[in-house]
Design a protein around this ligand. Structure first.
Ligand code: ASP
Length: 338
């Protein structure tokens, strides 16, 4: 009796209670995306469809200008897209990176998963694959992205992600060459609340099927060819129906070095509740990059969820959406950063 009481007291509360299922959690206050995913799930659709439709809604709505076409032009003015989708039952993944001229990046990621034996396609070849699969090729540039690009050129190409180059990338536009070793200089990171965002979405159904996905146009003024964390499995998102799912957003160049989504899922497998798992994944990065810009959402297979973010300039609180049967409509939640 005493022993069983002890065991109950020491188990995390999330393992004792079942939370409402199905549930969808997504990064940032992207309400349209949450509503699109929730309407798929509540009408009996699959978690993969929910994640795909939710992220696709953000691509259409150009959520924050940081998902889909017409946002985050690179150094040459082009918008390129990164996306992934993961099936936590089969561990299949489809991902695309540096995708050009195709608006529906998460749709192409799903096509990679369902119509190839591969996991990730990139660049021009990913666009060609998409066209062959019936996706329409169109210019992703808009007046807004052209304007962001021309302002950047007028401002001597600032902010700028090059380092150790000549001419000095903190003052001048390129073309750049490598700088002589003795003059090398790290330069500041320019990632802040205005330069990026990603829709990251995780979904669980009543049968214990878990899925995750992401879609983004990456960082404003990135070096052409730059791929962020969003399409990288275990970094941008991860799903395993035997443990849970997680999705990350923020400074992908830093965050992908730590596979935070994979780490959070493994911590939940080991019994950590979702908030603690999210926090530990952020702490791991913080140890090396104390003021990195980033956040993560987590959910375990009992339907409990959590989120965490690193306190950084411009990020003291992180907003995310939760949709489940408790309110039957997506609810905006927030967590204080630490
Ligand atoms: N993680 C994305 C990237 O680095 C951007 C973001 O989520 O804010 O491409």
């Amino acid at each position: 009796m005493f022993l069983s009481l002890l065991i109950i007291v020491s188990l995390p509360s999330c393992l004792l209670r079942q939370a409402p299922l199905p549930v969808v959690v997504n990064t940032w206050p992207f309400k349209g995306a949450a509503a699109a995913a929730w309407s798929v799930l509540r009408s009996g659709g699959s978690v993969l469809d929910a994640v795909e439709k939710g992220c696709a809604r953000c691509e259409e709505e150009q959520c924050d200008g940081t998902v889909g076409f017409g946002g985050s032009p690179d150094e040459s003015g082009e918008t390129t897209l990164d996306a992934m989708i993961m099936n936590g039952n089969t561990m299949e993944v489809g991902a695309v990176a540096d995708l050009r001229r195709i608006k529906n990046a998460i749709g192409v990621a799903r096509a990679v998963m369902e119509h190839t034996e591969h996991t990730m396609l990139v660049g021009e070849s990913a666009s060609l694959f998409a066209e062959n699969m019936g996706f329409v090729a169109e210019d992703l540039t808009t007046d807004k992205s052209l304007n962001i690009f021309s302002q950047w050129l007028k401002g001597n190409c600032q902010p700028n992600y090059r380092k150790n180059v000549s001419p000095d990338s903190s003052k001048s536009c390129g073309p750049y060459r490598p700088e002589a070793e003795q003059e090398q200089n790290e330069g500041p990171r320019h990632v802040n609340i205005h330069s990026h965002d990603t829709i990251g979405m995780i979904a669980l159904d009543q049968n214990g099927h878990v899925a995750a996905g992401t879609s983004t146009n990456g960082l404003n003024h990135k070096v052409p060819g730059r791929v962020g964390d969003s399409p990288i499995i275990g970094a941008g998102a991860y799903a395993d129906s035997s443990a849970g799912a997680a999705a990350a957003t923020g400074d992908g160049d830093i965050m992908m070095r730590f596979l935070p989504s994979y780490l959070a899922v493994e911590l939940m497998r080991a019994g950590a509740d979702p908030s603690a798992a999210c926090k530990s994944a952020i702490s791991r990065i913080k140890r090396h990059y104390s003021d990195f810009f980033g956040a993560i959402i987590c959910a375990n297979i009992t339907g409990h969820y959590g989120a965490a973010c690193n306190k950084a300039p411009g990020l003291t609180e992180f907003h995310f959406m939760v949709s489940n049967s408790e309110s039957d409509t997506p609810v905006l939640k927030s967590v204080g950063c630490f």
